[in-house]
Ligand binder design. Structure first.
Ligand code: HEC
Length: 171
């Protein structure tokens, strides 16, 4: 077989493969996609309906977070969630949601996506709003009875917001 003919055969075989379906899996449904395509951006876009305050969040916290994050978000086995404001420039910076995070909306996104650690995705949106309100309350950022929802959460100004500088590498 000449070289030219060989190449032609290879091309034909290649295109036949590309057209053949591997016949694996199933098309992703809109409902399945919604389970993972749920990012909340800093400006609050993507926040779902629902609303709750820190008083309601205290109960959610006790049941779902206390074991790992401790009473009041301090002294738990895992990350501290409260305190540390004013410590970032000291020898012992304490980075918590309250002292470090620039956007309150990220707290909603993170908790809904990743917490509780052993069962992410198990809380309803109202419960995530509630516990978000509670963690913000523990940090003295919102009042205990403030309703936290898609309209109010993006307006919450985090203590460290003004100190975060975005830098695009190479510029
Ligand atoms: C089984 C233990 C466990 C439970 C329960 C749990 N967490 Fe966590 N949490 C962790 C661990 C471990 C991390 C660190 C994860 C990492 O760095 O990847 C973490 C990190 C966090 C952070 C990020 C802290 C930071 O500043 O980086 C937040 C916020 C948080 N958890 C909130 C919650 C809330 C709210 C709940 C309850 C709904 C909860 N967690 C339940 C173990 C837990």
């Amino acid at each position: 077989m000449s070289m030219r003919r060989l190449i032609l055969v290879a091309l034909v075989a290649g295109s036949a493969l590309a057209e053949e379906s591997p016949n694996l899996g199933a098309a992703v449904s809109a409902a399945d996609l919604a389970l993972v395509d749920y990012t909340v951006l800093p400006d609050g876009s993507g926040l779902p309906t629902g609303s709750a305050n820190a008083q309601q969040g205290a109960a959610v916290y006790v049941q779902n977070c206390l074991a790992c994050h401790g009473e009041g978000g301090k002294d738990g086995l895992n990350d501290r969630l409260a305190g540390g404001q004013g410590s970032l420039l000291t020898d012992k910076p304490l980075r918590t949601v309250g002292s470090f995070w620039p956007y309150a909306t990220t707290l909603f996104d993170y908790v809904r996506r990743a917490m509780p650690y052993q069962a992410p995705g198990s809380l309803s949106n109202d419960e995530v709003y509630a516990v978000t309100a509670y963690v913000l309350f523990l940090n003295g950022i919102v009042a205990e009875d403030a309703d936290i929802n898609a309209e109010t959460l993006p307006k919450v100004i985090m203590p460290n917001a003004g100190n975060v500088v975005w830098q695009i590498r190479g510029q």
